[in-house]
Design a protein around this ligand. Structure first.
Ligand code: FE2
Length: 220
């Protein structure tokens, strides 16, 4: 009689431990790779452009678009568990197709080179899905750097992450000190994205997806 009681209770006990163990493992397995922080660099615009929307190819309602390979850049801002972060302000900035930034320290000496039609900076406020969208150009190299797009994520005025995204497999990446400063292979993979031709696009437009995983869950 006592054996009958002992055996089932032991099974229950083991079962509970087993379930707890797998639940914990499950949590770890689901945890996403945190997007590594990268240096802001010297060229966050010192004066914002007249237009700061998410279309960097057209400034306000001008007719002439920027020069460059048109890229539809999308992604999702989440926490480590994949929960979307809403009301995150995603800011991007990058140099134009001629390698000039929208920063007087860079553009002042390169007025002839600069693409005046490139917005150089844009913003997008995420909704409930945490997704963002920009129309911009595929980044190009400039002396000393492999192609990259700068990102800054804010919420409620608080800066949550500053990073850069890169073209996966670009030959310049391996010579770039800032790119190589990320030692962890998974973290490096997280900031290296494909720029893929969109099949339906006759103009050779590209699509790139850069998901941003914040290390802390922002409040609100
Ligand atoms: Fe840069």
């Amino acid at each position: 009689m006592s054996e009958h009681i002992f055996i089932p209770s032991r099974r229950v006990f083991l079962g509970t431990v087993g379930a707890a163990f797998f639940t914990t493992r499950g949590l770890f397995a689901e945890e996403l790779v945190k997007t590594p922080a990268q240096t802001e660099g010297p060229f966050y615009p010192n004066k914002l452009p007249l237009d700061t929307d998410n279309d960097l190819l057209i400034i306000n309602d001008t007719i002439t678009p920027a020069v460059g390979e048109i890229t539809h850049l999308t992604g999702k801002v989440t926490d480590l568990k994949g929960n979307p972060v809403r009301n995150a302000l995603v800011e991007i900035w990058q140099c134009d197709a001629k390698g000039v930034y929208l920063h007087t320290r860079d553009s002042d000496g390169k007025k002839d080179q600069q693409d005046k039609h490139f917005q150089g900076f844009g913003r997008f406020l995420t909704g409930s899905t945490g997704e963002y969208y920009f129309r911009t150009i595929k980044p190009v190299p400039y002396p000393g750097r492999t192609p990259h797009i700068h990102f800054k994520i804010k919420k409620g005025g608080k800066e949550l992450l500053v990073t850069q995204c890169y073209i996966k497999g670009h030959a310049g990446n391996q010579k770039d000190g800032i790119y190589k400063s990320v030692r962890d292979a998974k973290a490096l993979a997280a900031i290296s994205v494909d720029f893929t031709p969109i099949k339906e696009s006759k103009a050779g437009e590209l699509a790139a997806k850069f998901d941003i995983v914040l290390g802390q869950t922002p409040v609100g």
